[in-house]
Design a protein around this ligand. Structure first.
Ligand SMILES: NC(=O)c1ccc[n+]([C@@H]2O[C@H](COP(=O)([O-])OP(=O)(O)OC[C@H]3O[C@@H](n4cnc5c(N)ncnc54)[C@H](O)[C@@H]3O)[C@@H](O)[C@H]2O)c1
Length: 398
């Protein structure tokens, strides 16, 4: 095989996003397309008349047209479609989030591990396109090299996910418990919830305490604002603050360690590096009001890719073609569970106003989603309307 034939399942906003860069990929070709919506099918088919089109993912998977699929349908269907593909020995690159709940996420990973027994070459990736962002790559590199010392605080204020009422009206599934399984945490934040553990080399909290609000700035039935305090096994503390209703938004990530502080904001990584270890200075200085000498360094960073999603798909293509280990992927699918754990914990804590410990109890979380659907279901009062053109143009910003 010298080219991967991809099937794209889900031809909405993001499916069209993937189509937009497809002809720029090396060693990849479009094998088939699929959507359950006849309108989406005819819209896309008119632009790709020679590519086989299917109305069901199962037909696509048995058609022999694809070696790999990109899943870009609403979140609840991610893992069921992935499991069907693994069974047919088809590689999967799945959109974020991995799933709505940790239980579904764990089941998807188990289906992959099971399929690996029959076909050890099968690959499973996830579209964490922001892992290709050189800012976050630099932070991860510094932390992994030990430059920041022992991590003591991780704070992410990410309030620049502003979304209008029209956005929530653009799909019936959006901002509903049954259709989407949450709001800002499950749709916009999966990137941040992944990066908040990825940049610190997989450090995840073991307890979360949060305050969240349902429909605070939009007539929707899910959370559109949430603030959380994260506690880590090593004693570090974290903060995660997000909303889709605040403007102008802030996007500032601060990570403190025993060798200083890293700040990611405004397209820069600034390392405030202490000359000596802070705890060492603390113990040994004889001056009551002294603080460690600090150097402000604007870190050199690599080039921003023209299109982050293309980087992930190209990386996936290369790993499949060269049959490298799945863990060589920039974004291996099973790693989607880490951010999902954090997101589920924040959601459940924020809306029940009770601390949640990790790993999250899967059955308890699914029962919580059912409770939310009973309590708030139907409170989304927006009429579904198409804003496809706007969204296709704007999704590249996120
Ligand atoms: N990585 C990113 O930056 C990014 C950006 C936007 C969306 N996404 C993700 O992509 C997914 C889709 O989001 P969207 O904004 O494109 O939604 P959308 O509503 O615009 O498109 C979803 C499409 O999937 C189709 N569909 C639904 N169920 C299907 C099924 N079982 N089989 C085939 N087609 C089906 C719908 O008809 C629709 O055309 C979501 O999970 C979202 O989180 C990721």
């Amino acid at each position: 095989m010298n080219k991967i034939r991809y099937g794209i399942i889900g031809l909405g906003n993001m499916g069209n996003g993937h189509l937009a860069y497809f002809d720029k990929l090396e060693n990849a070709t479009l094998g088939a397309l699929c959507d359950v919506d006849p309108g989406k099918r005819s819209w896309v088919q008119s632009r790709y008349p020679d590519v086989p089109m299917f109305s069901s993912h199962k037909e696509l998977l048995t058609s022999g047209t694809c070696d790999a699929i990109i899943i870009s349908v609403p979140h609840y269907d991610h893992m069921p479609i992935a499991a069907d593909a693994f069974e047919k020995n088809i590689h999967v690159l799945c959109e974020k989030p991995l799933a709505v709940s940790v239980k579904a996420g764990r089941e998807g990973i188990a289906a992959y591990e099971n399929a690996l027994k029959k076909n050890p070459n099968l690959k499973f990736g996830i579209m964490f396109n922001q892992r290709s962002n050189p800012l976050f790559q630099k932070v991860r590199e510094l932390v992994r090299a030990g430059e920041l010392g022992e991590i003591s605080r991780i704070t992410w204020l990410v309030t620049n996910w502003f979304r209008s009422w029209a956005y929530y009206a653009s799909g019936g599934w959006r901002a509903t418990w049954k259709g989407e399984g949450g709001g800002v945490l499950i749709n916009q934040c999966p990137h941040n919830l992944d990066l908040i553990q990825w940049v610190v080399n997989g450090l995840v909290p073991n307890r979360v305490t949060a305050v969240g609000s349902v429909g605070k700035t939009h007539p929707i039935e899910v959370e559109d604002e949430i603030s959380a305090i994260l506690e880590y096994p090593n004693g570090a503390v974290g903060h995660f603050v997000t909303t889709t209703g605040e403007a102008p938004g802030t996007n500032r990530l601060e990570i403190c360690g025993s060798r200083g502080k890293i700040v990611v904001e405004d397209g820069k990584v600034i390392f405030f590096r202490t000359r000596v270890d802070i705890q060492e200075f603390n113990r040994t200085t004889k001056e009551g009001f002294a603080t460690p000498e600090t150097w402000r360094i604007e870190m050199p960073i690599g080039r921003f890719p023209a299109f982050e999603h293309q980087v992930i798909t190209q990386d996936f293509t290369n790993v499949v073609l060269k049959n490298k280990p799945n863990t060589d992927l920039l974004a291996p699918g099973p790693e989607g569970i880490f951010g999902l754990e954090i997101g589920n914990a924040i959601m459940m804590s924020g809306l029940t106003r009770t601390p949640v410990t990790l790993p999250v109890d899967g059955a308890k979380y699914d029962a919580f989603i059912d409770d939310m659907a009973k309590k708030y279901g139907g409170k989304k009062t927006l009429q579904t309307q198409s804003v496809q053109a706007d969204m296709a143009a704007s999704f590249q910003k996120v």
